[in-house]
Structures are given as C-alpha cells and as structure tokens.
Design a protein around this ligand. Structure first.
Ligand SMILES: [Zn+2]
Ligand SMILES: [Zn+2]
Length: 177
C-alpha cells in the first residue's frame, strides 16, 4: 500500500500490542484499516474506565472537508474530520473506513488526552499489559517511545469516533465517492 501523501512510497508495517498498522517511512503518518481498528478494540480490556472520557462529546461540532490525500486501499480522496473544540483532525476513507493520522495529528491527540488527565490511567493500563508478557512492539525506533500512546489512539479511534457516533459513520459513508 502507498502513503496517502507520498503516493510513490510503499508503506511499511509496524506492530503495537498485537495490532498491525502501516506507516510511511518518509512522513511517519500511520494508516489504520478498519479491521486493524476492530482487532484493537477486541483485545481484552480490564480498565475500560478511561474510555468514559468523551473527546467528541458534541456531534454538531464535527466538520468534514475533502483532502488531496488518497486512500491506500481504494484510491479515492480521504475526508478530513475536524472536531473544533479539540483541534484533533483525522483523515478517513468513506469507502473502507480506514483512518490516516499525520504525524502531528497523532501528537495532538496525545496532548489532548493529557489535558483531560486520563494519561495516568492509561499508563497503568499499559504497564499491566507489559507485565502480562505480551509482545508490545515491532517496528522502527522512531515509534518506540510512543508505544503506550499509540494504543490509546487506536482505541480512541475505534471505540469513540465511529462506535459512539454512529450518525457520523453514516454521514461519512454517504459523502460523494
Ligand atoms: Zn508519507
Ligand atoms: Zn478506503
């Protein structure tokens, strides 16, 4: 699969907590296919309490706009979803529901989580995972320091964005292809 931005660049695979994703070695953006998101969501989760924090509490604040980025699976343009209160932006495909995060967007989600003071709960959750001896990371050094952050983002995207806002999912599916 090619990077949505660098369309000549083949993406590489990384593995975080048994969730495989594709990333671009040039821009370090990350592509999550719908299956990858579902897989992350299905993982055993003992401390679901942190998910009570709602990052996208007001559906009317969603803004959707077209982009020049191309879905690596369907070759159609991605749409950007912007939630204006949080400044969080993600790019989504309205055919396959894959999600692309630019490198900067990834960092913004994490700092927003920290503002919401949920990072402490998150980190004890990840510590448990590591103690259970799960293989947590296979991929480039550049991502290594962010392993804990990473799965938080995956879970937010899978549990919060489309599951909690089914109307948003329908809206996105109905955008022109
Ligand atoms: Zn790229
Ligand atoms: Zn797609």
């Amino acid at each position: 699969m090619k990077c949505p931005i660098h369309q000549e660049q083949e993406m590489k695979k990384a593995m975080f907590y048994n969730t495989q994703v594709d990333y671009c070695p040039i821009c370090l953006g990350v592509w999550f296919s719908k299956d990858e998101l579902r897989q992350a969501k299905d993982q055993a989760d003992k401390t679901l309490q942190w998910l009570d924090v709602d990052l996208w509490e007001e559906p009317t604040k969603f803004q959707v706009s077209p982009t020049h980025k191309i879905c690596p699976q369907d070759f159609v343009p991605l749409y950007q979803i912007n939630y204006n209160h949080s400044q969080i932006k993600v790019d989504i495909c309205n055919s396959c529901f894959g999600i692309w995060l630019d490198r900067g967007e990834f960092k913004k989600i994490i700092s927003y989580l920290k503002q919401k003071k949920v990072d402490e709960i998150l980190h004890s959750y990840f510590k448990n995972l590591i103690e259970e001896g799960k293989e947590v990371f296979v991929g480039p050094e550049t991502f290594k320091e962010e392993v804990d952050d990473f799965i938080a983002v995956v879970k937010l995207l899978s549990d919060k964005l489309l599951v909690q806002h089914p109307s948003l999912a329908i809206f996105i599916a109905n955008l022109p292809k």
